[in-house]
Design a protein around this ligand. Structure first.
Ligand code: ADP
Length: 190
């Protein structure tokens, strides 16, 4: 029998510490991370018209258009040989989630669950100010956080209704946040 490939999704506001926790999950559970933000930043280096367009969205902290985001991420997933994938930052809006769920269903992937790292807005801003990534300007940060609490919220609700959501308190030291994730992941038998 062919086992379906497993997919975990990690969501959280900008500055919630997603990438740090993802590294731990990778180490302990053998899931291979695929980051939407990294994939887009990689695209911007290509010096095509599309790359300029993507750069414009990133600079403003705006979500890139649905088709672009979905094509890029689903294309990456399809090319992946690993049987356990960990998505960072996708799906981030409801329409992406609809496309994603259909993709999973028609390509025989199993969505293990969606981890949502909750961190207070003020704490996120504080952390992002320290990070100094190029797109961590005040305007872009404000936009990304605003979108998380309005647009991504709907994705979170969708998976909550499906019984696929793992809510995590991210307002704690890194190790404590991971302890909570690890304990819950073990219960999920991933
Ligand atoms: P953060 O988690 O700090 O917000 P990311 O690296 O995940 O940063 O994203 C950086 C930028 O890439 C976003 O501001 C947005 O422009 C774009 N982006 C990331 N994920 C998506 C997505 N799922 N759909 C559309 N655009 C996205």
């Amino acid at each position: 029998m062919i086992m379906p490939k497993k997919i975990l999704v990690v969501l959280g506001p900008a500055g919630s510490g997603k990438s740090t926790q993802i590294e731990f999950i990778k180490r302990d559970f053998g899931y291979k991370p695929l980051s939407m933000g990294d994939a887009l930043r990689e695209e911007t280096k290509k010096k095509t018209r599309l790359s300029k367009e993507i750069q414009n969205y990133i600079v403003q902290g705006k979500l890139v258009p649905l088709e672009l985001a979905s094509d890029l991420m689903l294309g990456k997933i399809k090319k992946e040989m690993s049987s356990k994938l960990l998505l960072d930052g996708f799906p981030r809006e409801l329409e992406q989630a609809v496309v994603f769920d259909y993709f999973l269903y028609s390509n025989d992937y199993q969505l293990v669950g969606v981890i949502n790292i909750n961190v207070h807005k003020k704490e996120c801003i504080k952390r992002l100010m320290l990070r100094k990534r190029k797109d961590d300007t005040e305007t872009a940060i404000t936009k990304r956080l605003e979108d998380y609490y309005t647009i991504t919220k709907k994705v979170i609700e969708r998976y909550k209704e499906k019984g696929k959501l793992m809510d995590i308190n991210g307002n704690k030291p890194i190790e404590d946040v991971y302890k909570e994730i690890k304990r819950k992941l073990k219960k999920w038998k991933i």
